[in-house]
Design a protein around this ligand. Structure first.
Ligand SMILES: Nc1ncnc2c1ncn2[C@@H]1O[C@H](COP(=O)(O)OP(=O)(O)O)[C@@H](O)[C@H]1O
Ligand SMILES: [Mg+2]
Length: 243
């Protein structure tokens, strides 16, 4: 990858296995600061596992991961969670208002979220301030996902990990989420690492793409590689012949 950009996350010969089964094999690549990189590949390729390594939910068996130039094991867990945010396809929510859910990450740290800050977070995800006091159960899937992203933004993460966050949404909500992630990326220069099954999405929003298969990064580079892959297996996958 281009050397004139700094890596936000740097993998150096990273291996991860569970009970002798190699889930990630010799990953050596970087996610560049302030860029949007998409992770694509068949189900079971190791994409989610790779994201979990980026925020310390999992640790590699061997190899090194650097976050903003510092080896990941040297971060305090709380510091790492603040620096690296994670949003999932099914956003777990607690019963109660949107405000209560937004305040949750800080509440877990014994801190409070002011209404003003909560309103600013909603603004960033395109929801009106009036949503703050709505019960979470009354929200649509798309609105719920926006609240989930807003909640991830509470700590103002410099790196945002997104795991198939639009998979269960209708096209309009999907588009809205894409737009707001791009907006967050531009406004805060947040590094985005986005797992998606949607190749069109990867092409339109991603600056870079990694194609993963069987625990390996088979191809990586600027997103246009998805138009003209070199590897035969990647060609088949992109044609939809490999699921
Ligand atoms: N805790 C675990 N124990 C055993 N196997 C696992 C575990 N987590 C993931 N795997 C396996 O690792 C592979 C990669 O999983 P995952 O990272 O979820 O892939 P993806 O997100 O690309 O679908 C799969 O074969 C999965 O079954
Ligand atoms: Mg996954």
């Amino acid at each position: 990858m281009a050397i004139d950009y700094k890596p936000a996350v740097d993998f150096n010969h990273v291996n991860y296995s569970v009970e002798g089964f190699d889930i990630l094999k010799n990953i050596t690549d970087s996610f560049l600061e302030g860029k949007i990189t998409t992770l694509v590949g068949p189900s079971g390729a190791g994409k989610t596992t790779l994201l979990k390594l980026c925020n310390g939910l999992l640790s590699p068996n061997s190899g090194e991961i650097f976050i903003k130039g510092k080896i990941i094991s040297s971060y305090e867990p709380v510091e790492l969670r603040r620096l690296v945010g994670l949003a999932l396809q099914s956003a777990p929510m607690i019963n109660g208002s949107v405000l209560k859910n937004l305040a949750l990450p800080l509440a877990l740290q014994g801190r409070q979220l002011s209404e003003k800050d909560a309103q600013n977070l909603l603004y960033d995800v395109g929801l009106e301030a009036e949503f703050l006091h709505r019960p979470i159960k009354d929200l649509s899937g798309g609105q719920r996902q926006k609240v989930s992203i807003a909640r991830t933004l509470v700590n103002r993460p410099q790196i945002l990990l997104l795991d198939e966050i639009t998979s269960s949404l209708d096209r309009i909500s999907q588009q809205e989420i894409e737009d707001l992630i791009v907006k967050i990326n531009r406004k805060y220069e947040t590094t985005i690492i986005w797992i998606t099954h949607n190749l069109q999405q990867a092409l339109t929003i991603g600056n870079y793409a990694w194609v993963m298969m069987n625990g390996e990064v088979i191809e990586s580079g600027t997103s246009d590689l998805l138009h003209s892959p070199v590897n035969e297996k990647v060609k088949l996958f992109l044609k939809g012949e490999v699921k």
